[in-house]
Design a binder for this molecule. Sequence first.
Ligand SMILES: [Fe+2]
Length: 294
Amino acid sequence: MKLRSIELALPDPAAAATFMTEIWGMAAAEVQGGTHYLRGSGPFPYLVAFEKAEDEFVRSTTFVCTADELEALKQRIAAAGWTARPTVSEDLGGGQGLLVELPEGTILRFLVGASEAEPITGRDLPVKLTHVVFNAADAEACGEAVEDILGFRVSDRTKGMVFVRCNDSHHSTAFARAGFASLNHVAFEMEDIDAVMRGIGRLRDHAMVPAWGPGRHGPGANVYAYFIAPFGPVVEFSTAVEKVPEDYKVGAPEDWTWPPNRIDQWGISDKDFDGLRRAEERFRFRRDWDAAPL
Ligand SMILES: [Fe+2]
């Protein structure tokens, strides 16, 4: 199973797409019915979709899986007494599968049969999404829910986050102990540390500085730089998070402490806590299945 894409609704999708293609560094894939699809260098047809809506919200976060994985997911959801809804994707790449609404309104979509695209070479693009992180009123309950309902595995718990994996990458998602439910950030996996740094350089050309970073995280050990996108959400340039073995020992908050004045491995950058917090509050979830794709 792999994290593929996030589908966001917002008032000005064209402006968001322009920032992401001309400054952040994605490739335009297609515009269909007013929805802008943006891709990276990898084989997914798109990584981010922007559709027009009056409010800002997260329509869905999409994973792709095999038919066997989807069947196992169906059985697990039924065994957990949870509800899922069949879906046929009308997004670029198509596919069909299931929509699952998590306890705090996050809608995850699992697709089989979605088409892939020819990888793009020779351009400085993100490869794919490495993780999408959600704020939660109760991050522990969300972590337990995705373990029980979806078969995901908690990799680590820190003072701030519950990190969850759906394959051998340390985390594809995480739930932040925020006290409210919303999109925390979207992380784009860059080819290597130089590609992360060149990304920071591109934004610097446009007078934008990281809200946090560059730095290297503890859990996942990825190099990161977080920015507040002009259209609202927090976006991250990241290297790949580390791969973990099947028997990875789940870390507890006391396993992930920092020396005084440090919140990452390097300690070279400040963090704009207030700015990030405001940006993290913007994209909420619609506790309304009708807002999700059928
Ligand atoms: Fe991240």
